[in-house]
Design a protein around this ligand. Sequence first.
Ligand SMILES: Nc1ncnc2c1ncn2[C@@H]1O[C@H](COP(=O)(O)OP(=O)(O)OP(=O)(O)O)[C@@H](O)[C@H]1O
Ligand SMILES: [Mg+2]
Length: 332
Amino acid sequence: MPPILEVDHLVKKYGDFEAVKGISFTVDEGEIFGLLGPNGAGKTQTISMLTGVIEPTSGTAKIGGYDIHTDMDEVKKINGLVPQDLALYPTLSARSNLNFFGRIYGLGGKELKERVADVLNVVALTERADQAVEKYSGGMKRRVNIAAGLVHQPRLLFLDEPTVGVDPQSRNQIFESVQQLNRERDMSIIYTSHYMEEVELLCNRVAIIDEGEIIALDTIKNLIAMLGGGVIQIGLTQVDETTLAELTALQGVQQASLAPQPTTLPAEDDQEALEPERKHDMVKIECEDSQQALVSLISYLNENDLNISSMEILEPNLESVFLHLTGKKLRE
Ligand SMILES: Nc1ncnc2c1ncn2[C@@H]1O[C@H](COP(=O)(O)OP(=O)(O)OP(=O)(O)O)[C@@H](O)[C@H]1O
Ligand SMILES: [Mg+2]
């Protein structure tokens, strides 16, 4: 079966700033595909180009075989978009809101009524459907938002951070709806988030996106396997080549290297981080066996009287994959 989505070197520029720097990827029919990245990575910009909200600067994409430049009308029938920002009429009920969205897609009469009832059921809001949306909790509003993206029965659903500001109960409900839509209706889903736990739970393949670029794309299993026997990250004062070579030679260690420094500093710590006397280097120790490496590392540090300012043993998960690739945490 041909992929439901083929993205080909998509670029979005604002003046000299490149919000999306020529990304390419494909999503297979029936996949739940994750787009994982920190704030400002370019997730929403990418989705907006694929759904016709904004024009790409260059590059293109095909959805269900239709080109986004020439066949947007067809693309819009296939796509369902659940935007990051809520777009609901607060004084109207969930049902009236959904009727409104359905009519935009040309639905009416009995068909519209049935579709609306169905999507209310999918997001588990049937019982509260006739109450004004302004009386809903944040999580319930979010679920109406999701339902709105479903009324026209899309084959490919874009969910842009659907759990931000949502209570745990609604969050679980959203996960269930996503899995159910995928399993029972063969819906392909693009799920963006900066919560790696969500992506780990829901997705088979993930593109990790940072500063407008895809820096890794694979199954979660393969991405995690990239870390091998685990990673230990330590802060040391003034590390030189000799120290790195000695650390690399330790039992259980595969490679010690200086970790990339974060390119963006947390705003509140700007002053402190820029002070010249703070000379802690972050050393990334990739291990063959992290337990063995830890034992030899501690005796090495003792023997050489080295001061450590921090130590972190990275669990093999998507968060540590991201840290490994960028030197940054997903959530600062
Ligand atoms: N209209 C615009 N003009 C200029 N820059 C923009 C515009 N819209 C977005 N950007 C920039 O593009 C970059 C990517 O933004 P985008 O909204 O895609 O990030 P994101 O990954 O969705 O982040 P978040 O998790 O915060 O939603 C950001 O640096 C943002 O400031
Ligand atoms: Mg966004």
